[in-house]
Design a protein around this ligand. Sequence first.
Ligand code: BG6
Length: 478
Amino acid sequence: IPVDAFDLVIFGGTGDLARRKILPGLFRRFLAGQMPAEARIIGVARSELDDEGYRTEARAAILEFAGEEATDRESLDAFLGTLRYLVVDARGEGGWPELAALMRADVVRAFYLSVSPALFGDIAGRLHQHGIADKASRIVVEKPFGRDLASARALNASLAEHFDEGQIYRIDHYLGKETVQNLMAVRFGNVLFEPLWNSHYVDHVQITVAETVGVGGRGEYYDRSGAMRDMVQNHLMQLLCLIAMEPPSQFDADAVRDEKLKVIRALQPVDYHQIVRGQYDAGQGTPSYRQDVENPRTHTESFVALKTHIANWRWAGVPFYLRTGKRLKGRVSEIAVVFKDLGHSIFEGDEKRHRNILSIRLQPNEGIDLQVTIKEPGPGGMRLIDVPLDMTFADALGPERNDVSDAYERLIMDVIRGNQTLFMRGDEVEAAWAWTDPIIDGWQARNDVPKHYDTGSPGPEDALMLMHRDGRRWREIR
Ligand code: BG6
């Protein structure tokens, strides 16, 4: 179903995110018939380009990043026809009157700020000053949304001067991933799970976002952030919220976000001994973290593992273990709900611990896997084994129905539709920083030095110990 006609202005229109995600994503929506013919995309940046120059750049980006679809040259030309370009000076006067003149009445106006957060306030102000944004316009902002509670509050305040909360779309692209949304469908669309979803039946929850890549070309940004700010404060926190929140009364933006906020506010402070930081060493032909970020003495972490609790009735006493890192053994994003042991086994001689584990794989091989205990086939008696009831979405649904659209393209369509459910509200972001800040401050106060780990390993030894001490173990990173 096509969305309403729109003018989407991308500030930072020639930047990395626009090239890799926003333009290719919009092109895929165009191919899918979801982007109406009257839609217009206006790239805005400092480079001296005209419409044709921008289209040439966009064509190259789409051919590089959009996958096979881009080979349909006719559609690509038609899509490129929707693109415009303007040189606009975010902090000065240049280009704003031209942008105002280009915007059409009676279409949805959306402004995607794919630029440094330091410019959010300036751009929001100019959009109003020049009458480009009105009460119906939408503004989209990217992470990093601040680097601590104080800076996030300042950013929220600078946006709030010109836009209502109902107009602000803070992107956490993890919320746009198909399986993340499926997590809510599984929890709240089935009768099976909800009765077990609490401290009576759940032993613990593990959330892993493991990457094989290093920090790539983003060394400067990353070294100022580290895994805690780059991944835990946002992506892992969002996953934790969705797995732990109470059922919202309905699937709408504020009902869902109210429940997520309650989870974040109930998160216990993390004890210094329950968190492990790591930094990758050189290996497998790739440089060390320090070489990657060109900072030989840096103590920024490229890995974090921690244990936390949610202080409410549902989760009292249930540990939540979170880990994320770069240059690890495999690329896996997974949430595993590990259920408790049976209180009593009727099968003589069966001493092994059997556990039901529900794991939700966000990537790769998106799907759901339930570990169940069955009888080992054969005449050997009642011997029990654990097997996966595995549902990989691609297999279950067939290739045509296994939607491979990217998180960004869904989220942008939601912006145009005016649906904020999958975007972070200002108070959520602030609450997440309020939990993260003391952890980072604690490291600083103690001059904490991250543990080193080998490229291609599951992370530092101490992270394994974090679980072993509790008689548990991490799920394998394959
Ligand atoms: C980004 C982080 O938000 O998410 C990156 O800044 C990280 O450091 C990326 O690599 C991971 O996203 P995905 O979709 O590849 O899991």
